[in-house]
Design a protein around this ligand. Sequence first.
Ligand code: MEZ
Length: 618
Amino acid sequence: MALDVSELQTIEHDVLVIGAGGAGLRAAIACSGQKLDTGVISKSLLGKAHTVMAEGGMAAAMGNVDPRDNWKIHFRDTMRGGKFLNVWRMAELHAKQAPDRVRELEDWGAVFDRTKDGLISQRNFGGHRYPRLAHVGDRTGLELIRSLQDHGIHQGIDFHMEVTALELLKDGDRISGVLAYRRETGRFVVFRCKAVILSTGGGGKAWPVTSNSWEYTGDGIAMAYDAGAELMDLEFTQFHPTGMVWPLSVRGILVTEGVRGDGGILKNNQGERFMFNYISERFAPETAATVEEAHRWLEGDKNARRPPELLTRDEVARAITAEVKAGRGSPHGGVFLDIASRRPADFIKRKLPSMYHQFKELAEVDITREPMEVGPTLHYFMGGIRVDADSQQTTVPGLFACGECAAGLHGANRLGGNSLSDLIVFGKLAGDGAKAYIQALPTTPRVDGDQITSAIRRATEILNRAEGENPYLLHARLEETMARGVGIVRTKNELETAVAELEDLKVRARTMKAPGASQYNPGWHEALAMRSLLVTSEAVTRAALMREESRGAHTRLDHPDENPEGLTYNVIVKKAADGRMETEKRRRPDGPPHLVAIANAKIEDLEAGKLGTAAPST
Ligand code: MEZ
């Protein structure tokens, strides 16, 4: 029977934002604040986003706790943490604009912890030279979402909850809308718009142990890829060093880096503070060499260097993995994280209230008295959709991306706390970029009925075939493949096996079957999400195979060192004309000399303003 697309519900906006985490909300506020009719669709209920998993804070060089901090030192830390693969301009924009974005949040009602002088308080985090993370206890992401939601709703943004985007619609090369469906009723909805902003996060649900919740299936990355956009840096997947390992039902849930930032230490089953054995050459000059020095740092001695627990996440996650592999792990396959012996109970309850409750309720552990058991958990994609640094436009006209689904800011490894500041800096820039694009559009793009019909057929054939593959079983198989072949450490053989398994899963996924009708059908939702998970996982795996070196979060046991050639390219993934996935090493532009000088400068010179004034100017 022919489909009559004119019967479908059609909703018009100037801009449609897909995803209601911090980046999407900030982008929507930028659009509606500039008089664009703005809609936001969210797969889940408003307020439920991976943003809330950034618990410990947002990084911004405000210098409230240590006045030596400035944007140049934040920029330098970000580049060093990203192993210099970051997009220079994005790291510059981020470091310069983050403080204003944080202050603006405060104006919109965010209630930050304060210093004794009444300023926004800032805490230490891995890879950040100074206390830099503006925070609200260990619930910073939640407060960010709450403040943005409140502001956005009052600004008149239209929210469409429990609506999942399926495909991007195009008029020629340009974006013209989105086909989506309502999860509750299964009904399709056509959104007509002049620009789309993707802010859909990463695809952590391809791994069995992850801090990501069910929504994070790489939808935006897969939709952009299908629409012809280029992807970049997907080989860099971040394993946060500290997730819960026990009980099994909550394995992977995040244990904020704020625990280590506030003094927590890591120990193996011999009681040894093992991180001192894993200080790499790059970070040795700024890391405490002895327990005594680390102790002096905790006591506030400004001449003492930072403890090795505050090395970057890639380094700490690898160290924990090595300890467990060497048989020095905790009973449930992690290591011990101890704050109880370092800080008084009232401090822990005040600064880390969620951690206190999380362990008390889920693991029956009182963290003010006992150590926690923790281990790495897949937390974040550094790579994603390739965007222009200033406008956040992808390689498809009218398609913008910001936040975790966009690539560039973090290079090979993200510093903790740089994600919340990423969301608010680049969310705003994406909104501004969409406004400029729409202003220059000669005509309103048209939506194409045939494209909608074939997208609906692709979605409904999962319901309509008599029998086929079970999407839940395919998802479980995908998780096994990614855990075995594309984990913290990788080899050519394992990656090749993973590619072969993914090819097999792709074939099987073509005949997925979800029994029942389209209303309230979780099996159907799962099958639709599997399509995105497979595209994203394949892109990660193929990119990881192509990068034959170890850099940041990408560790190849068969290529254990950084290779200078690795700095000269990014791995780009795109869809070839015949539908195959294509990977390419694309030459990176050289860094602008003024930024290269800052990234390589001595800290003392930056503190003393020797490389020019540290005042930000865009
Ligand atoms: O940026 C993050 O991922 C973050 C702040 C996480 C955390 O440990 O709290």
